[in-house]
Design a binder for this molecule. Structure first.
Ligand code: MCA
Ligand code: AMP
Length: 515
């Protein structure tokens, strides 16, 4: 950590210590901390969902114990990958806790994934089981999973009618609080998939220590306490909702109101009914909240945090004018969980993502942001070549470009080919491969166009013998990939702009487009 970075946190941590003295590993692992909390204060409400209302620590622990026993009978234990996907619910939370306590490596998947995306992940990480519900049409996911991994046991969070294992690798059935205490911080805990620049899914392997360090840093930076109530309308299959919102809540011993979809009115109702104190969202959510006649109700919160995509300065201003809230913008990645945040106590600067979080070191290499710290993953699952390219002397190359602005980090662009639409990441290559498979497309390229509501939207440039109806390629892509990867517009062009080496020059694409 540079001197400047460390002295910032020395001034801001309520403990008054230097960042180097802060124990980001306190408690050992997430499941150990959670189960300790649930047994110490069993009647305390922890998460709320519309089906079950407030669920206590004792109830979560009992459900997690049930899942853990079924996992054990099925022979699933330490190191086994297990897919999990479904709308946010307390049952999903209990299943997630059970998996972590059992030492399984959780692989959260977006429920909007289509066949090719699901099969790609299954083929890559070879899971032992999949806990999925409320995703796709009935039976679709089971079929897709079976196509790529015939031995994978597919079930839902509660039924858990997993086949009996052969006993050879079955962990003994015992209290999963004991199991949780056996987890080592350096064991893998979670694999977060990203499509990557090659179009092939790649899984970022995060250890228990990585996940814990990140939430401990946020606990300090955002003064997160057991008194906080978070309205959590982000999906629990990406790092923002899961690694920040849920893990933070459970680790700190706070409470969360889970909402399986984002509806501004439901957010305002939750703030009122549950005396919520915090909201975390992507910029698109803030633009919808601020457009509501109820926007002033955000003023009841003590903290609003935005991330996953850049928040425009005008949106910061609009939220402030409507509600008095000065949103904390922060920056993170699946591979690192959270890295940098605007401060709690000092001025928050719109257009910047703030200071490196406690324990995190950030440096710039020709504008590329490089990071190091206890929260940073150790590599992608079985990708030695990509791992070698992703790290330089132990520093992870984020592919994002930044500049320092009086100690605050400003993100000024991306070196990687990534489009962020409504907080969801889209890698052009993956979409291009699908569009190129259309029989009437000779060549294509995919890019991002600025958009006031979504930040960026996906657009397609095609070389073809005929025109395409407005939604034709959008619908075609939607048959193969999740909804947010569909191009919103299609431009027919004469030829893709290429450089002398034949590489498509994406920055030239917009200029080629015909109206
Ligand atoms: C919905 N649609 C989208 C998106 N969301 N299209 C592109 N990109 C999107 N993000 C489509 C719908 O299918 C529909 O299409 C049309 O847009 C209108 O949908 P609408 O009902 O308005 O959308 P919604 O269901 O209200 O969803 C908007 C949303 C959602 C709530 C903002 O996109 C969302 O949950 N985003 C958060 C993603 C997230 O969690 N990212 C964190 C990644 P049609 O009309 O054709 O049917 S983790 C990360 O990035 C790192 C770690 C970090 O720093 O946080
Ligand atoms: P993901 O791969 O889904 O974890 O997305 C991580 C990427 O989201 C980062 O590499 C950034 O490009 C982007 N990102 C996250 N937070 C911000 C932010 N506050 N401002 C700009 N970009 C962000």
């Amino acid at each position: 950590m540079t001197d400047g970075q460390e002295s910032h946190w020395s001034r801001h941590l309520s403990a008054g210590g230097s960042a180097a003295e802060v124990d980001l590993s306190a408690g050992g692992t997430l499941p150990a901390v959670w189960l300790d909390r649930w047994s110490a204060d069993p009647q305390r409400a922890v998460v709320w969902d519309a089906h079950d209302g407030w669920v206590t620590g004792a109830q979560l622990a009992a459900r997690a114990q049930d899942v853990a026993e079924r996992l054990a009978s099925a022979g699933i234990g330490a190191g086994d990958r297990v897919l999990i996907s479904g709308p946010s619910s307390s049952r999903l939370v209990a299943a997630h806790a059970a998996l972590l306590a059992a030492g399984a490596v959780v692989v959260p998947l977006n429920g909007a994934y289509r066949a090719e995306e699901v099969r790609g992940v299954v083929a890559d990480c070879r899971p032992a089981a999949a806990l999925v519900e409320g995703v796709g049409e009935p039976g679709e996911w089971a079929e897709w999973i079976a196509e790529a991994g015939p031995a994978v046991q597919v079930t839902d969070f509660d039924a858990m009618e997993l086949a009996e294992g052969d006993g050879s690798s079955a962990p003994t059935q015992r209290d999963h609080g004991v199991q949780a205490s056996e987890r080592r911080p350096d064991e893998p805990a979670l694999i977060g998939y990203t499509s990557g620049t090659t179009g092939r899914p790649k899984g970022a392997v995060l250890s228990h220590a990585n996940l814990l360090a990140s939430v401990r840093a946020l606990e300090l930076a955002w003064h997160w306490t057991p008194d906080d109530v978070l309205v959590l309308a982000l999906p629990l299959f990406h790092m923002h909702g899961l690694g920040v919102g849920l893990h933070g809540t459970l680790t700190v011993g706070a409470r969360a109101v889970l909402q399986p979809t984002f509806e501004p009115d439901a957010v305002f109702d939750a703030i009122r009914e549950h005396q919520a104190t915090m909201f975390f969202g992507v910029p698109t959510m803030y633009s919808r909240l601020v457009a509501s006649p109820r926007a002033a109700e955000l003023s009841a919160l003590r903290l609003c945090v935005s991330g996953s995509a850049p928040m425009p300065a005008e949106l910061h201003d609009a939220v402030r004018e409507a509600s008095g809230q000065h949103v904390i913008e922060r920056y993170g990645m699946t591979e690192t969980v959270m890295l940098v945040s605007n401060p709690h106590d000092e001025p928050r600067r719109a257009g910047t993502v703030g200071f490196p979080l406690p324990g995190v070191e950030v440096r710039l290499d020709a504008e590329e942001i490089l990071v190091r710290g206890p929260n940073v993953f150790s590599g992608y699952w079985e990708r030695p070549a990509e791992n070698a390219a992703s790290f330089s002397d132990g520093w992870f190359r984020t592919g994002d470009l930044g500049q320092w602005d009086d100690g605050y980090l400003r993100i000024v662009g991306r070196a990687k080919e990534l489009i962020i639409c409504g907080g969801f990441n889209v890698y052009p290559r993956e979409v291009e491969e699908v569009i190129a498979s259309h029989p009437d497309v000779a060549e294509c390229a995919v890019g991002g166009e600025p958009d006031p509501e979504w930040g960026e939207v996906v657009v397609a440039y095609v070389v073809a013998e005929r025109d395409f109806a407005e939604d034709e390629l959008k619908d075609f892509v939607g048959e193969h990939l999740a909804f947010y990867k569909r191009p919103r517009r299609t431009y027919r062009i004469d030829a893709l702009p290429r450089n002398a080496l034949g590489k498509v020059q994406r920055q030239m694409l917009g200029r080629q487009a015909k109206p």
